[in-house]
Design a protein around this ligand. Structure first.
Ligand code: AR6
Length: 513
């Protein structure tokens, strides 16, 4: 019904035909099994600040919930001859409410309640960043931004009294919190107040979780750190001036490994629009936008990484809070985030990444006051040896991973939208974009979603992928048949393996004879 177009910049049906529909009315927000809501749900009014859900167990200190810095169980041992256990939150309140005049003051305050890291953590990046600020900006930084961030951080016991569940592996679970609660949690991450989250040792309690305290962001100054700090401070400046009033939902999802019988699948390939122009975040409005993730979500956002996932986490800054409660993703799991707002515009990529300006996100909100932006984190496999990706077990793993990300959430209602994706797993993780594109198309077919594929400037791959796709479509190749072809390709010895698309074209030509 739609005329496919082929131009020098894109191929396939018009992008607007594939977008799907945005379901703005989700009905009333009601507790469901597996969905924890941290705000009072009876009085959610557009543009009014949601009220935190009050709880009688705000000191929770269990292995199923986030250990909060204000818990009475968060203690430190006083110095002096007689050692006494003292509440750490009292110390945090005391040191953060003193006026800050320099980066040294901030460093000293943070280290005073993180004594163990006094000689370990370096703050050179934060020091250099602040030194570099022009006079007026530096004045704003110390006179307004930092005091307001402190004020927000110290409201944590009032804003987040209800225990925050950990989204643990193997558990399908959703968590909804307000943008204000997220901002408060992120200021706490900035001031490194989260207990038990500083060690990376493999036997530590949170070894299987991403880091959340910002200590690594403050060390090792370089141009990337400068731009990361600019982006993050832009977020904090915006929320202290004008606190957003919406909600954000984080859903940890999983599929059974045998849920889809790929070989027997009779699904047809989905509709495909492929373009060498634009990007997932710029042009993916109304679609399910893929985060090319690390199994510890956010990857190197607080450290040195600065590619697709890290950039997305920086500009849609609320995504960073997922690191507080999301255990490392397993092979059959994904994390779906609904409502994260965009705060910054960037240009460049990796070493050339630059923060450009703050942006006021005008994306509509749904009836739960969430921005209609859906981002799904799926982590591809990191192939140190690129030949490994053609092992059947790994192909299955990638198919199930993508399917887990693309299929509708079994917990909460979700719009039926096209998937906005691209060279997933093919940058830092060294996958083959031609192969991965087909796997994503197969996963989308099973999930009953169309695909908009951004080749990120690569015109060549755009044409090759569209030609391959058109041939497969013309021959009515189902997901199952394509799987069988790919299986055959995987089983070939690497010495005799032709290029994948040549192999598939050869099979089609042979079938004709
Ligand atoms: N829109 C569309 N395509 C993009 C965009 C964008 N905004 N940005 C990049 N690409 P990569 P991976 C294309 O390397 O290989 C992170 O550290 C571009 O062609 O980010 O899955 C994570 O935390 C790029 O080469 O994804 C993981 O640890 C390609 O997508 C790891 O990297 C792949 O982007 C994931 O690596």
């Amino acid at each position: 019904d739609v005329f496919p177009t082929v131009t020098s910049k894109c191929c396939g049906p018009n992008i607007s035909e594939l977008k799907g529909r945005v379901v703005k009315n989700q009905g009333f927000l009601r507790p469901r099994p597996n969905h924890v809501i941290l705000v009072q749900i009876d009085n959610l009014i557009p543009d009014q600040m949601p009220k935190p859900f009050k709880s009688g167990v705000s000191n929770s200190w269990t292995s199923d919930t986030v250990k909060m810095p204000f818990s009475i169980f968060n203690v430190y041992e006083s110095s002096g001859v007689v050692k006494k256990q003292k509440p750490r939150w009292k110390l945090i309140e005391k040191v953060l409410t003193k006026p800050f005049k320099s980066a040294q003051d901030i460093e000293k305050a943070i280290k005073s309640y993180n004594k163990k890291y006094e000689h370990v953590w370096k703050f050179d990046a934060l020091h250099r960043y602040i030194e570099m600020l022009p006079g007026a900006e530096r004045e704003f930084f110390f006179m307004r931004l930092i005091p307001e961030m402190v004020y927000l951080a110290l409201q944590l016991p009032d804003l987040c009294p209800k225990p925050i569940p950990l989204l643990k592996r193997g558990k399908t679970m959703a968590l909804t919190l307000s943008q204000q609660q997220i901002a408060c949690l992120l200021t706490n991450a900035f001031f490194c107040t989260f207990p038990h989250r500083n060690t990376t040792q493999s036997n530590s309690e949170y070894a299987n979780y991403p880091s959340i305290n910002f200590s690594r962001l403050f060390e090792e100054w370089n141009s990337k750190k400068k731009e990361k700090l600019r982006t993050i401070f832009s977020y904090f400046s915006q929320v202290i001036e004008n606190m957003p009033t919406g909600l954000v939902t984080f859903e940890r999802l999983h599929v059974r490994k045998d849920e889809v019988n790929w070989k027997k699948s009779r699904k047809n390939l989905p509709r495909l629009h492929v373009t060498s122009e634009g990007s997932i975040e710029e042009d993916g409005a109304g679609m399910l936008q893929v985060d090319f993730a690390c199994s510890t979500v956010g990857g190197g956002v607080l450290g040195s990484g600065l590619v697709q996932e890290e950039i997305r986490f920086l500009i849609n800054t609320e995504l960073i809070i997922s690191r507080l409660f999301t255990e490392k993703l397993e092979d059959n799991e994904s994390l779906l985030i609904t409502g994260a707002q965009q705060y910054s515009v960037y240009r460049g990529y990796s070493d050339t990444y630059e923060w450009v300006n703050a942006v006021s996100d005008k994306t509509e909100r749904d009836s739960w006051q969430r921005r209609c932006t859906q981002i799904v984190a799926i982590d591809a496999m990191h192939f140190r040896n690129p030949n490994d990706q053609y092992r059947k077990a790994y192909m299955d793993r990638e198919l199930n991973k993508a399917y887990c990300g693309f299929r509708p959430s079994p917990i909460l209602p979700q719009e039926i939208a096209a998937v906005a994706t691209g060279n997933w797993g093919c940058g830092a993780f060294s996958g083959d974009p031609r192969f991965k594109a087909l796997l994503q198309l197969m996963a989308a077919a099973e999930a009953k979603k169309d695909v908009v594929f951004f080749t990120f400037g690569n015109h060549h791959i755009m044409r090759e992928l569209y030609d391959m796709y058109s041939l497969l479509q013309k021959k009515d190749i189902t997901v199952g048949t394509l799987y069988t072809h790919l299986e055959a390709y995987c089983s070939m010895a690497k010495q005799v393996k032709p290029e994948l698309y040549e192999f598939l074209k050869f099979l089609q030509a042979k079938a004709k004879c």
